[in-house]
Design a protein around this ligand. Structure first.
Ligand SMILES: Cc1cc2nc3c(=O)[nH]c(=O)nc-3n(C[C@H](O)[C@H](O)[C@H](O)COP(=O)(O)OP(=O)(O)OC[C@H]3O[C@@H](n4cnc5c(N)ncnc54)[C@H](O)[C@@H]3O)c2cc1C
Length: 378
């Protein structure tokens, strides 16, 4: 049974139906094989881009659908249930476009946003470095002004979509040490001097390449600076607050998929003369999983609705990310338990769901950092 969603209008309902159809026809059948062979789903991104799913929150004026986060995030959740890496890719793309949308000039928006919101260009977000993970304000890559250009140098790390993206939204240092010396740049992927290193060998999410990227004298026109010099940390943190809502929705979709699979298995598998779901000890485990998924959805939707009303959701987005990703880890682990030995094999998707869930507790700010963000607001 599909999730019974509360949506604001008929357009949103049609969009969810469209997403489900694309998920069932294009994503679900291909996910396991592509994850096993580490194949980036270029065709899937072309399909969802053409369907408008890469531009849902962006203004209509620039080729987006101008939908509220309440709807955009439910689309992400549906995509994640079909193929987590694709949903995550949509979320990363949105994260990469947000700085331009929120802080670009009208001229910059008119020049670049339509291709990005229209799904013809895929983005990557370059913030982390090997020595600047949780402590991103200590990042060291630099941009130095040279006449009408900036020249970028340094080593960025953990870049999702590196090597397959069309543009990189990069945070580098233009000034003093600390958060006030950081600036945001838009780098076309074809710019000379961008060197993408070999993909990280990860425990999951293998259809989504994650690479270190060296910036070797990358020269971009000065109008590729997004926002003013020194605003980069504000730009990045604003994008990450919204981005965390995306991660929460993706984690909820993954947990829902694990729950659905576990319930179906528990109804068909018999031990002691009856379906294992008829054993209360296991039924209660499934009940706890369902409660967790429902709570995750309610938490991210509450944050989304506040965001749509223009409220500051710094704490709510961190709460949603923390709640949904810790829940996804627990629910996917319990789904393996429900399947018993079968759950520990690659004949079923739940072991992959478990490996995918783990990273949601780590990226876009680890869950320790989410607790830091929440505790600072108390
Ligand atoms: C698959 C994947 C994709 C990614 N994609 C991107 C991307 O597209 N763009 C990008 O910029 N980055 C990306 N990242 C990087 C990710 O955001 C970082 O890995 C994350 O922020 C943590 O940084 P770190 O790995 O250096 O861990 P560290 O910062 O070294 O943390 C190690 C441990 O210490 C804990 N810790 C650190 N500081 C504190 C503190 N003050 N209090 C309590 N605990 C603390 C952390 O929670 C963690 O448990 C990606 C990472 C992965 C794994």
């Amino acid at each position: 049974m599909p999730v019974d969603r509360i949506l604001p209008d008929d357009v949103s309902k049609e969009l969810i139906d469209l997403t489900r159809r694309i998920g069932a026809a294009e994503l679900l059948p291909r996910a396991a094989a592509a994850e096993a062979s580490h194949e980036f789903p270029a065709q899937a991104f072309a399909t969802i881009g053409a369907a408008g799913l890469l531009g849902l929150p962006f203004p209509e004026q620039y080729g987006g659908a101008q939908l509220p986060y309440e709807v955009y995030l439910q689309v992400l959740e549906e995509l994640a249930g079909a193929w987590f890496a694709v949903a995550l890719g949509v979320s990363v793309h949105t994260l990469s476009v947000l700085p331009l949308w929120k802080h670009g000039t009208d001229e910059q928006r008119a020049r670049w946003l339509p291709e990005m919101a229209g799904g013809r260009q895929l983005g990557a977000f370059m913030l982390s470095e090997a020595e600047a993970g949780s402590d991103v304000a200590s990042l060291r890559a630099t941009a130095v002004r040279d006449g009408d250009h900036y020249v970028l140098n340094g080593a960025k790390a953990w870049v999702s979509h590196a090597g397959v993206a069309d543009f990189y939204t990069a945070m580098v240092r233009t000034g003093e040490a600390g958060p006030r010396g950081i600036s945001c740049f838009l780098l076309p992927a074809g710019a000379s001097g961008i060197e993408v290193l070999a993909p990280e060998r990860k425990m999951g999410l293998n259809a989504s390449p994650t690479c270190a990227v060296n910036l070797n004298d990358v020269r971009v026109p000065a109008d590729h600076l997004i926002g003013a010099e020194g605003m980069g940390m504000t730009v990045a943190l604003g994008a990450l607050t919204a981005g965390r809502l995306g991660i929460a929705a993706c984690a909820t979709g993954l947990a829902q998929a694990a729950l659905d699979y576990a319930v179906a298995y528990a109804k068909s598998r018999e031990q002691f003369g009856k379906p294992i779901i008829a054993h209360q000890g296991l039924a209660f485990l499934l009940a706890d999983m369902a409660a967790g998924v429902g709570a995750s959805r309610a938490t991210y939707l509450d944050a989304a609705r506040r965001h749509d009303l223009g409220r500051d959701v710094t704490a709510e987005a961190a709460i949603a990310k923390l709640t949904a990703t810790d829940t996804a880890m627990r629910v996917t682990t319990d789904a393996v338990q429900v399947l018993g030995g079968a759950g520990y094999t690659m004949d079923h998707p739940v072991e992959r769901y478990l490996r995918e869930a783990k990273v949601t507790q780590i990226f876009e700010g680890t869950n320790q950092i989410q607790r830091l963000i929440i505790s600072r607001t108390l």
